[in-house]
Design a binder for this molecule. Structure first.
Ligand code: ADP
Length: 505
């Protein structure tokens, strides 16, 4: 390690110790599992690290299959009552939970930054995004309507009832340690389901803080359970959550590879599943685009969470006539706006990647691209710990690794193209299809491209599109089902047809 790198790391460690300790958020820091409304121990515990400083910040209960089973049983028991609580009351509880998140947003944000590395401004943004799902689903809870269908038989009535499916297992990633839980749990609880959450091993503290607030909000014991565990115990806990016959539904956000493992497990007992898996978002700039706007969108869509979101732009396709000006303006914006540093520093915009493996993957993609003829315009190296310099590559071609696999880091690979057909062919060549973005001022082209992109979310002249009111879900190997929007609750409901016959005319 170079002296500069060592100094950067040491400065970050000191920053954490002095100004941003976990003790400061003690009211919401919980380290035991939350099962059946109680804080329970596990036989072992596991360390939670601050990825910005490489230091241990807490030790959390390392649940195994026994604790997971206890949580499933508790959820199953609690479901019997929760499903019959009126929609109005469920709505009020969710609203209270959202309000409590707002009251505690500083503490929640600090926990997110410490365990995920995200700059604190973004963490505050995540807390309000996370609370927005509880808020949204508190409203949707009251709009789970069934249908009365005109019957073809004079003596029969046809009713379609919506009923909660039962216990839902919720398995979430580390990049949005709070929002990925509320996006699922909000919908589940609104529908009348009870849940068991297994948070990512890197970020269990945000999940446990949510559990504490759920308790304060009056979510009944057993309706919301959290079983954290280490990477080693994850497969055995995952097995219980994905195969126990009392579990009716699995909702997962994470990598496509893990999603496929869970889908296979779900098959044995035919569970309902929602999968939010990996993306490989194209970001297309057509020659009619406002290049300044495209640069603004690219900055927002690429560098949020240091490039670690599944909707981050991953493949930049720029039409010939605006190629040079886009590269020049984007490079200047990167110099002006990005500042790498520990997430606790108010001026940091680029925190660390989640771990050394993630940083190595970015550097590997850069080396591969350079060896195949790409041009390095900015960055391209690790800065110490798991920090990576924001990187801009020009003259990228589709055979390069960065164009074939998701980066999950601050790398902008830019490909030059000539025609709309060529751009669409590249964009749609991926096996995954979550988000896609493009910039154009040609109305006909906007309709054509928005319809032709093989993705579940499209940003037209916009780089950040997620919101609780809209659907979120991918096509192809990016997943199954949607979250958020008025459709999110359906993932936790089944439709029951009731035929009332023998009616007198
Ligand atoms: P990453 O490699 O970025 O951690 P994953 O898709 O593996 O992405 O992780 C997302 C979530 O899936 C995490 O909570 C992780 O613990 C969980 N997970 C990984 N493997 C399994 C498994 N076999 N069973 C259940 N959960 C799993």
């Amino acid at each position: 390690m170079t002296t500069t790198r060592r100094r950067l790391l040491e400065t970050m460690r000191v920053a954490v110790r002095r100004r941003f300790s976990l003790d400061a958020s003690a009211p919401l820091v919980r380290t035991r599992a939350y099962v059946d409304g109680r804080w329970v121990r596990a036989p072992d515990d596991f360390p939670v690290l601050d990825p910005g400083a490489g230091t241990e910040i807490a030790r959390v209960a390392d649940c195994g299959p026994e604790e997971a089973k206890r949580a499933v049983d508790a959820a199953h028991e609690a479901f019997r009552q929760w499903k019959d609580v009126t929609a109005k009351e469920r709505s009020a509880v969710l609203r209270k939970w959202a309000n409590l998140m707002d009251e505690h947003k500083e503490d929640l944000a600090r926990i997110i930054t410490l365990e995920s590395g995200k700059p604190v401004k973004e963490s505050l943004g995540e807390v309000s995004y996370s609370a927005s799902f509880l808020d949204w689903f508190s409203e949707e809870a009251r709009r789970v309507y069934g249908d009365v269908v005109p019957s073809p038989f004079a003596n029969r009535k046809i009713l379609l009832l919506k009923q909660p499916v039962g216990v839902a297992s919720i398995i979430t990633p580390w990049n949005f340690p709070s929002a990925m839980i509320t996006r699922k749990a909000g919908a589940a609880l609104a529908a009348g389901c009870a849940v068991v959450v297994k948070p990512a091993e890197d970020t269990p503290l945000s999940a446990l803080a949510l559990a504490e607030l759920s308790h304060q909000a009056g979510v009944p014991a057993g309706v919301f359970n959290v079983v954290p565990c280490s990477r080693e115990r994850t497969p055995s806990v995952g097995r219980v959550l994905c195969t126990d016959p009392l579990v009716a539904k699995i909702s997962f956000t994470g990598s496509t590879a893990t999603g496929k493992v869970l889908l296979k497990m779900a098959a044995d007992t035919v569970k309902k599943v929602s999968m939010e898996l990996g993306g490989h978002a194209p970001f297309i700039v057509f020659d009619s685009a406002d290049v300044d706007e495209a640069v603004r969108g690219a900055m927002a869509s690429k560098f949020r969470n240091s490039g670690q979101t599944c909707v981050c732009s991953n493949r930049f396709l720029v039409q010939s006539s605006v190629y040079d000006s886009f590269l020049a303006k984007l490079g200047a914006a990167m110099d002006r706006e990005l500042k790498v540093g520990h997430g606790s520093k108010p001026d940091s915009t680029q925190g660390p990647l989640i771990n050394g493996r993630a940083a190595e993957k970015v550097v590997h993609q850069v080396e591969d691209a350079l060896s195949r003829g790409a041009r390095l315009l900015r960055g391209g190296r690790r800065l110490g710990g798991s920090f990576v310099a924001p990187t801009l590559l020009a003259d990228v071609s589709v055979d390069m690794l960065c164009m074939r696999e998701e980066t999950f880091g601050p790398l902008v690979p830019v490909v030059r193209f000539e025609t709309e057909q060529e751009a669409l062919a590249i964009a749609n060549s991926s096996r995954v299809g979550l988000a896609g973005y493009f910039y154009s001022s040609d109305v006909s082209q906007i309709w054509r491209v928005a319809e032709a992109l093989e993705v579940g979310l499209v940003g037209v002249n916009e780089g950040l599109v997620s919101t609780a009111e809209a659907s979120f879900g991918g096509v192809k190997e990016s997943g199954l089902g949607v979250e958020g929007s008025k459709y999110g609750v359906d993932e936790y409901l089944h439709l029951k047809y009731v035929c009332m016959g023998g009616l007198a005319g």
